[in-house]
Design a protein around this ligand. Sequence first.
Ligand code: ADP
Ligand code: MG
Length: 238
Amino acid sequence: MTSVSIKDLSLEFGAVSVLKDLNLDVGDGEFLVLLGPSGCGKSTLLNCIAGLLDITDGQIFIKGKNVTWEEPKDRGIGMVFQSYALYPQMSVRGNLTFGLKNAGVPRDEIARRIERAANILQIEPLLDRRPGQLSGGQRQRVAIGRALVRDVDVFLFDEPLSNLDAKLRSELRVEIKRLHQQLANTMIYVTHDQIEALTLADRIAVMKGGLIQQLDEPLTIYNRPRNLFVASFIGSPA
Ligand code: ADP
Ligand code: MG
């Protein structure tokens, strides 16, 4: 079963073509990493899936439904950005609750979901603090929690760890992996970090210039890069 399916997707900003007739199928429960250098179109592709950008051409399906013209909130996706994008004046609990209240989720259901997310992410002791009182790693956990409480089918991550120091980055990498094993939902994860891609992914899509250069399992990408760009970017042995 396919979870996210992208057909002949093109996106232009004015005269600049950023995504070029791109096709991609992400399996149900798969952890797919979009890997490539800065400017290759990773965030643009993720934002198209999320519905935050109007595409120039093509179609996007989520769980078999054509969502090309659906509002972001109706796509069954949750997104975690590089910057934490938390509301500074609200408590952690307030940040987690906010979108749910607007969506009309009943109060006891909200409490249940927050308890579950806080437990999974180990942020129970932080629920009454404000973002300003948290470390970078704790804030990013809360940002993941905000996607988690929405009970979505598909998680989209845009370089969620790139603002953190190396030690926190490797800690949270392990947690994201555990989260995926526990939830078993589909995750599409953008990074320019080869180690992150190789350790997290079921499959890696290596991108360059708005095109997917190779889509394979990490070991295949590493051992059998399709071209010189993939080989040099992933750091394969010569
Ligand atoms: P990545 O996330 O891989 O670093 P992006 O998807 O952010 O790359 O950007 C891909 C290309 O699109 C870049 O060349 C960037 O300059 C361009 N771009 C991104 N957003 C816009 C925009 N709003 N208007 C014009 N060009 C943009
Ligand atoms: Mg980006």
